[in-house]
Design a protein around this ligand. Sequence first.
Ligand SMILES: [Zn+2]
Length: 232
Amino acid sequence: MSKLIAYKSRGEYKGEPIYPHRHKDGTYVASPSRFEVDYVHVDTVEELEALVRSGLGTRMSSPDINQAASLITADNIEFTDSTSPPVTAKSVLPRLSEEAELDFDSITKSRKEQAFLRAHLSRGRTKAKCVLCENEYPLEFLVAAHIKRRSECSKSEKLDFDNIAALMCKAGCDDMFEKGYVFVSGGVVKNNEKRSTTPALDLLIRKIEGNIVSNWAGSSVYYKNHESQFNK
Ligand SMILES: [Zn+2]
């Protein structure tokens, strides 16, 4: 684990070092913006380091400076202690997903895993594209969707975060995919004619039908599994 450090860029304390800010509830905050709604709360500096390496900023302060914590962007944060290997989302997510699994009742833990994965996949951006409709949405309108059902993944597949999950929008795509109204075949979004729909849903499906997904190369094996569940 590295130590995270940044320096005040302006004002009275310009040049003074600042460190990850520990909030009253004991958590640290990673965020792509200074808006609270985008905050991803994490419990350890290790988890924080992983998200900063994914491109998120973090709230930082100094015990010696009597000023509110401020959001520092990832490119202004330095990692000290280069002797230890970097902590990345790939090294943190397995534990988070294990915790979420062991504790079935814990909505909090699955929410944490979901928030972490979404933050990692969006690389510190506040907006990102839905893989199916290709429209850009603010992060809170996107979910980190598992292409192959999570409960059916082997351990190694679960660790293949960048390929097993993708950002899908809450404006319909996540549900249309999860419930099998559409599937992806040969990299192209297809309407599943075996599912009965309504005129309103048909309109949504037609909008994304024929789109080419950007993650086919890495995720094709998972898309094929999804298709086999619904196209039979
Ligand atoms: Zn979408």
